[in-house]
Design a protein. Structure first.
Length: 255
């Protein structure tokens, strides 16, 4: 998320950008998936502590991930990367020009980081995943799912929520102080509390697809299927929302 000033004296290489996005996204998914696991899995000390805990947990996960990935501008989310591309920005982060190679580097780092974070979350909560519970509860640690399944409306929810995320992040970048990670964290909390109820607010393909793949391949007892019929919604919705936010920012937010 491009709210941090890059203090490096030399331009970071694409390898540095890749590692930065991998580590930041892994931390994001480890802590975000971890709060879902803590609240929902059997015999967790935080079980049943509720939606507000999940919303704040994800916000703090974003806060930590942004600091970890400062070198790359901390996108942590393909929707943010696509939003900057759609806005017509010259750089993804200070001294990281937008090119096809840098775009693929960001996306690949985010996908790998999302998978690694989900695997780490599984390892931390392995004994709780071993406990009997509904397969949907276990899947919910890894990926989102709608409260009421209606693909068109679910898609619209993800588009709107991601538009808010990316547009406000781009607006933050124009403030005198650029605000920073805490502002982005509170934005994610606000989206979770206000717009997260219908779909669980993926607002980030790296939050949903790589962990869903991890759910499919990991040896999770009684896990059931990975709900691939729904998986396209938290991919397409955030990408469309991010692109629309970038286009709107190109018109409404000064360069």
């Amino acid at each position: 998320m491009t709210v941090l000033a890059n203090a490096a004296a030399a331009p970071p290489g694409l390898g540095d950008v890749f590692v930065s996005e991998v580590l930041g996204t892994a931390v994001l998914i480890l802590l975000g998936g971890g709060v879902c696991a803590a609240v929902t899995l059997p015999r967790s000390k935080a079980q049943n502590s509720g939606w507000i805990v999940i919303a704040f947990g994800w916000g703090l996960a974003v806060y930590c991930g942004v600091w970890v990935a400062w070198l790359s501008g901390a996108h942590l989310n393909p929707a943010v990367t696509i939003g900057l591309l759609a806005k017509g920005a010259a750089e993804y982060a200070p001294m990281v020009p937008i090119t096809p190679a840098s775009t693929l580097t960001y996306l690949a780092g985010q996908m790998l980081g999302g998978f690694l974070g989900a695997v780490a979350c599984f390892l931390v909560y392995k004994k709780h995943f071993d406990e009997p519970t509904e397969p949907g509860v276990k899947l919910g640690v890894f990926s989102t799912g709608p409260a009421i399944r209606s693909y068109g409306w679910n898609l619209l929810t993800e588009i709107v929520a991601t538009f808010v995320l990316v547009y406000v992040i781009l607006a933050f970048g124009q403030t005198p102080t650029q605000l920073g990670p805490l502002a982005v964290a509170l934005l994610v909390v606000a989206i979770g509390l206000s717009l997260g109820g219908p779909t669980g607010y993926a607002i980030n393909p790296a939050r949903d697809l790589p962990p869903r793949i991890a759910h499919a391949v990991l040896p999770i007892k009684g896990k059931g299927d990975s709900d691939w019929a729904y998986a396209w919604v938290p991919i397409v919705g955030p990408l469309v929302g991010g692109a629309l936010a970038g286009l709107a920012a190109a018109v409404l937010i000064p360069a």
